[in-house]
Design a protein around this ligand. Structure first.
Ligand SMILES: C[S@@+](CC[C@H](N)C(=O)[O-])C[C@H]1O[C@@H](n2cnc3c(N)ncnc32)[C@H](O)[C@@H]1O
Length: 255
């Protein structure tokens, strides 16, 4: 089940990536087991923010998923909050940090009625925007939630030049009584990608299978930078060898 996404102006938005109960339940286990270091990534975000705004105290994580980054970001910032569209992901994030606000919302048009010293959007979540118009709208909504001099950190998805069409990935992750195997395949049509993942989840009760299909878009570095600049931010692309993969990060400061 998903909430009906509605833009800031009340207009319904087209459906975007759906994270249901099945994929949400195994999300942390799978990505942690696959090597994603949420604590280290949160430290990189905190450093990117503090080096530009040393007194930053509040942070909003847009498309915060299960709230795993929020857990660690809370060790760097006095006040953290999340925004997430999927009810299943949001419930997990709220369960982990009962005192932390995890707002229901669509990044393409949200209004929390307040500003933060920093906003981040991690693990390629902007790749779910279906075109440049949606990318611009989401980045503008994030920038509107920044105080003047606030810092926006974006971990982007692949650019058209770096993407491998037909790429197959396979992983098997074991955690406690559960084993999760995932086989995924991506197919490109222009700058649109259909990413299809098949999961097998095994535990003492047996083995179940589900599919998670996601529409994603390949945006160029110039398109990300233009979205940030149109939103009134001075932006740069920063390479990171150890975390956030070869895609690096966009770091922007609201003018
Ligand atoms: C790849 S996960 C990343 C989650 C989290 N940021 C992390 O790093 O673990 C992408 C998340 O984006 C959320 N999402 C997708 N489209 C969204 C939208 N339009 N507005 C808000 N969240 C969205 C999904 O529900 C999912 O939780």
């Amino acid at each position: 089940m998903t909430d009906t996404p509605v833009a800031g102006n009340g207009r319904p938005l087209p459906a975007t990536a759906v994270y249901g109960q099945d994929v949400s339940e195994v999300y942390d286990l799978f990505y942690r087991g696959r090597g994603q270091d949420f604590a280290a990534e949160a430290a990189v975000v905190a450093e990117a923010v503090r080096s530009r705004r040393p007194d930053a105290n509040s942070l909003l994580d847009v498309a915060c998923g299960t709230g795993e980054h929020l857990r660690w970001l809370a060790t760097h910032f006095d006040e953290v909050a999340g925004l997430e569209m999927s009810p299943a992901m949001r419930a997990l994030a709220r369960g982990k940090r009962p005192g932390t606000p995890v707002h229901q919302g669509d990044m393409r048009g949200f209004d929390l009625g307040r500003a933060f010293d920093a906003v981040c959007c991690l693990t390629s979540s902007l790749g779910y925007m279906s075109d440049v118009g949606e990318l611009d709208a989401a980045v503008a909504a994030m920038a509107r939630h920044l105080a003047p001099g606030g810092v926006l950190v974006i971990d982007p998805w692949w650019s058209p030049g770096a993407f491998l069409d037909g790429h197959i990935a396979h992983d098997v992750v074991r955690a406690g009584p559960r084993t999760v195997a995932r086989l995924s395949h991506s197919r490109r049509d222009g700058d649109s990608v259909r990413h299809e993942a098949h999961y097998l989840v095994a535990d003492a009760t047996g083995i179940r299978h589900f599919t998670h299909t996601q529409p994603l878009t390949l945006f160029t570095r110039a398109q990300y930078l233009a979205a940030l600049e149109n939103a009134g931010c001075a932006a740069e692309h920063v390479e990171h060898d150890t975390h956030f993969t070869a895609r690096g990060l966009f770091v922007a400061v609201r003018g």
